[in-house]
Design a protein around this ligand. Structure first.
Ligand code: NAP
Length: 250
């Protein structure tokens, strides 16, 4: 039955940035679809844990360095015995005029949004290949994988690169049954956009351009995440799926 293909029963997923926002929504959706989730966060994901109980296991790790990578893989394997799905959701954004943009604002964003994502994905793929199970990787990209944005050069660099690397990894790993795809959320109401939403002019500007006429929510992303994590998407490779209320089509 087609709907059974969307189920994640018995699957083990790693989701980074599990304490809040889009990551928390993806953890909830995966558990509802039948998965066990190792949620990675730099501070305890207490709220997510309270919501999901023993289907959720919190791995505390700071993704600003790749020293976190073996810890995440080892703790997940110790707890759940295998890995089937990786969602690279954690991300940071720094806003500053490009003319003054600091090295710290460049490196801190590129490290979390791109470098650690690459090496965590490499480690997960090695595990998928060892298991001979195939696997699913979902990178959380952005509208700024397609557009320039304003005052966010390191974020745009990271998210544009992430869309490209999603295709590279897909080209190399589809042969192992590993699907690497991305989701590009539009403008979603989370901490990431708090500053924008507090700026009345910018907020009105953005809203007037979204055909759906509203900011997105974590719930809006859940269907796409479950689809790309499930066997319903087994022949979808290297694609970045926009969930944006129509923003890109405008
Ligand atoms: P968010 O609420 O700010 O969530 C970001 C998550 O990343 C948080 O869990 C955050 O942890 C975690 N994180 C950041 N740096 C980390 C580090 N060094 N180590 C471990 N975890 C770290 O915003 P969000 O909107 O849910 O963002 C999720 C993803 O969606 C990000 O990749 C973002 O770029 C992307 N995105 C968001 C939008 C949007 O409109 N909201 C649009 C396009 C793409 P803390 O809570 O501890 O900071």
């Amino acid at each position: 039955m087609i709907l059974d293909k969307f189920r994640l029963d018995g699957k083990v997923a790693i989701v980074t940035g599990s304490n809040t926002g889009l990551g928390q929504g993806i953890c909830r959706a995966f558990v509802e679809a039948g998965a066990l989730v190792a949620g990675v966060s730099r501070r305890p994901s207490d709220e997510t844990e309270a919501m999901l109980g023993d289907k959720f296991y919190n791995v505390i790790a700071d993704l600003s360095t790749i020293e976190s990578v073996p810890v995440i893989i080892e703790k997940t394997l110790k707890k759940f015995g295998k890995i089937d799905i990786l969602v690279n959701n954690a991300g940071v954004i720094k806003r500053q005029d490009s003319i003054e943009f600091s090295e710290e604002n460049w490196d801190s964003v590129l490290n979390v949004n791109l470098k650690t994502v690459f090496f965590l994905t490499q480690a997960a793929a090695r595990q998928f290949i060892k298991q001979k199970s195939g696997g699913k990787v979902i990178n959380i990209a952005s509208m700024l994988s397609y557009q320039g944005g304003i005052r966010v050069p390191s974020y745009t660099a990271s998210k544009s690169a992430l869309k490209g690397v999603t295709m590279t990894l897909s080209n190399e790993w589809a042969q192992f049954g590993i699907c690497v795809n991305a989701i590009a959320p539009g403008y979603m109401a989370t901490n990431n956009t708090q500053q924008l939403r507090q700026d009345d002019d910018r907020s009105a500007d953005i809203l007037s351009r979204i055909p759906a006429g509203r900011w997105g929510t974590p719930e809006d992303l859940e269907g796409a995440a479950v689809f790309l994590a499930s066997s319903a998407s087994d022949y979808v490779n290297g694609f970045t799926l926009a969930v944006d209320g129509g923003w890109l089509g405008r």
